[in-house]
Design a protein around this ligand. Structure first.
Ligand code: DI6
Ligand code: FE
Length: 414
């Protein structure tokens, strides 16, 4: 048998395996990878031989905790500029909706994003991306939606793909075709929706630029009927759907997402019991975005207890975007999910690992420490996994599995 690449010994594992007890924890444990896959995740005493004989590199974890690599399953990380001035306006009393209606909001980021070159867009986005990675994130979902035209939407998605190619992280891309109605299309609403869900969707699908589609179904954005039309077109092309649902009002968004067997319905502050039941039936993941709730100083919380009772998997994500959630800290977001929404630290960690993987259709590949899955893991200098949610940011891993796998692939060592 050829040797494993890395073998961590004297570790504590938070495997986050479903049904394996609190955190799926294993004390006195070892973890090993080979060729970018996990080949061992279990007790030290069950290792099939002497450690030096088993692996090229044996690393003493000195009792640190190893978790699955974190997954940020909802971001709008690719954009240009920022909206600090609107932040000031909001602090003086203007609402998010008022700013949007006055031509600011999403449209101001659309103008900034259209104005920069692809390289400049990459550079600005890369800086934010590194912020996520520094906290042990190994998978990031990135949406388009600040282009609102074919060229800029494609440019955003190419930049997102490039972030995945030029770093060790895995990136999944989502075409957010229905995000905002450009002012010059206001009179031609139906034509705009048909365009974004017609030729533009097909061009993006043809080039393989999107893994899924998304829409902003909301009073200030698109109606349930428009969203359904867009989803029907995407589903016909074999693309998975996700939905910004019931964030600021109840539009029955969760039920609409479930009707299209969406991977996830996200936000959900106003989702009612019927919406929760529909999600449970369809296997749709609930993605909670406390950063947006915090930034908008919302008071209506998502129905966490109902989601729990219905056994809807709950994920947590940054929603990194310049308007409503200007953060690149998933660790801070875990704290917010506990403090603002009442998740337990274990639920928050499941929300950025196992359930986030499901929200991206990647449960077979990542999200828990299990043999056969990708070697996505983070090693943390902490005494208990609850610490990941307890600190308000500032917690960084001492090592990251995916980067180690890439490093050994690059140097050609085995
Ligand atoms: N949901 C969000 O949280 C963002 N868009 C959306 O559909 C907000 C985007 C922005 O304000 O720039
Ligand atoms: Fe969002």
């Amino acid at each position: 048998m050829s040797k494993w690449d890395h073998l961590w010994i004297n570790a504590r594992l938070a495997t986050m395996r479903e049904g394996a007890g609190a955190y799926g924890a294993i004390e006195n444990a070892a973890l090993a990878d080979k060729a970018g896959r996990l080949v061992y995740a279990g007790p030290m005493r069950d290792l099939p031989g002497k450690t030096e004989a088993l692996a090229t590199r044996v690393i003493d974890a000195q009792n640190q905790w190893i978790t699955p690599g974190l997954i940020d399953c909802h971001t709008h990380l690719v954009f240009a500029g920022n909206r600090a001035v609107e932040f000031e306006q909001r602090l003086k009393g203007a609402s998010y909706e008022q700013i949007a209606k006055a031509g600011g909001g999403i449209m101001s980021t659309v103008r900034a994003t259209r104005a920069v070159t692809e390289d400049e867009l990459f550079t600005q986005s890369h800086a934010r991306f590194n912020g996520l990675l520094s906290e042990g994130v190994t998978t990031v979902e990135i949406k388009s939606g600040y282009g609102l035209d074919l060229e800029t939407e494609k440019r955003m998605l190419r930049v997102a793909r490039r972030l995945g190619q030029e770093t060790y992280a895995r990136v999944t891309t989502t075409y957010l075709g229905l995000h905002a109605l450009p002012p010059d299309s206001a009179a031609k609403r139906a034509a705009y929706v048909a365009d974004m869900g017609g030729p533009i969707l097909r061009a993006i699908a043809d080039e393989g630029l999107a893994d899924a589609v998304d829409a902003f179904c909301e009073g200030i954005a698109f109606t349930p009927d428009e969203t359904a039309q867009f989803f029907a077109a995407a589903s016909a092309l074999g693309l998975k759907v996700k939905l910004h649902a019931d964030q600021l009002s109840d539009t029955n968004g969760a039920a609409l997402a479930a009707r299209f067997r969406a991977l996830s319905a996200d936000h959900l502050e106003y989702t009612d019991a019927a919406g929760v039941a529909a999600m449970a039936k369809a296997g749709t993941v609930a993605v909670l975005l406390p950063g947006a709730f915090f930034t908008l100083r919302e008071t209506r919380k998502p129905p966490v207890e109902a989601l729990r009772r219905a056994k809807v998997p709950i994920a947590v994500a940054t929603d990194c975007n310049p308007g409503t959630s200007p953060t690149v800290s998933l660790i801070t977001t875990m704290n917010m999910a506990c403090t603002l929404f009442g998740l337990t630290p274990e639920e928050a960690l499941a929300g950025v690992t196992r359930n986030a993987a499901r929200a991206l259709g990647l449960a077979h590949e990542t999200g828990s420490l299990e043999v056969g899955k990708a070697a996505d893991y983070a090693v943390w200098p902490i005494g208990h996994p609850a610490e990941l949610s307890y600190w308000i940011g500032g917690t960084h891993p001492s090592a990251i599995g995916r980067s180690a796998a890439l490093a050994s692939a690059n140097t050609g060592s085995q």
